[in-house]
Design a protein around this ligand. Structure first.
Ligand SMILES: O=C(CO)[C@@H](O)[C@H](O)COP(=O)(O)O
Ligand SMILES: [Co+2]
Length: 217
């Protein structure tokens, strides 16, 4: 099936001193969603931002906010992020003791639940919740930093996850995050990905619109 591919630029590589301008610029350049990376210094070795900044981004953005929670005990914070304006809340399977409950909590808070796997986590970890999520994110780098090199094995993981979904009659989005550029985008889309996160590739380019265009099939 040919599906529209969405591009979600990651603000992690944007100029945080000009955050609202950067949000407006990528939206004008054709971004479908805005990807917001939340890091707590515990789940990943880096710290970024919390609900207050998401609220500020919400005021500048017209597109859905795709909020990637790289935090331990996400159940403590999903309500605050939903309240701040997150449209999609993605939690790491590795950070959830009660994954099913957290996904229900996200839906109850009014956001779309999504789940994310680190590169070393088997796909079987999400098998039992495939019917509960709007999207599965496959990390194609180890989470924590922008600008890393794409892990090749991800292409095969996307293909196998798409087959798992097809076998269940599901058309759930598959998002890929990390090391996405025009070349890796083409390969993961061919394997079945439908949402591409790109940070350094978009914000590191002189022409955001051309960069975003080059990611679409
Ligand atoms: O979640 C993360 C990193 O943990 C990402 O969303 C990065 O921000 C992607 O950056 P690039 O690899 O595209 O530069
Ligand atoms: Co991310």
């Amino acid at each position: 099936m040919n599906r529209r591919v969405l591009v979600s630029p990651s603000l992690l590589s944007s100029d945080f001193g000009r955050l609202s301008e950067e949000v407006r610029a990528v939206e004008a350049a054709g971004a479908d969603w805005i990807h917001v990376d939340v890091m707590d210094g515990r789940f990943v070795p880096n710290i970024t931002l919390g609900p207050v900044i998401v609220q500020a981004i919400r005021r500048s953005a017209t597109r859905p906010l795709d909020v990637h929670l790289m935090i331990v005990e996400p159940e403590k914070y999903v309500d605050a992020f939903a309240e701040a304006g997150a449209d999609i809340l993605t939690v790491h399977v590795e950070a959830c003791t009660h994954l099913h409950r957290v996904l229900q909590q996200i839906r109850h808070a009014g956001a779309k639940p999504a789940v994310v796997l680190n590169p070393a986590t088997p796909l079987s970890a999400v098998e039992e919740v495939l019917g509960e999520v709007e999207m599965v994110l496959l990390m194609s780098v180890n989470p924590g930093f922008g600008g890393q090199v794409f892990i090749e094995r991800t292409v095969d993981r996307v293909r196998r996850l798409r087959a798992m979904m097809d076998a269940r009659g599901l058309t759930t989005d598959i998002q890929v995050d990390g090391g996405i550029n025009a070349e890796t985008a083409r390969r993961v889309v061919e394997a079945g990905a439908t949402v591409l996160v790109a940070g350094s590739y978009v914000f590191g380019s002189k022409d955001y619109a051309a960069a975003i265009r080059s990611l679409r099939p």
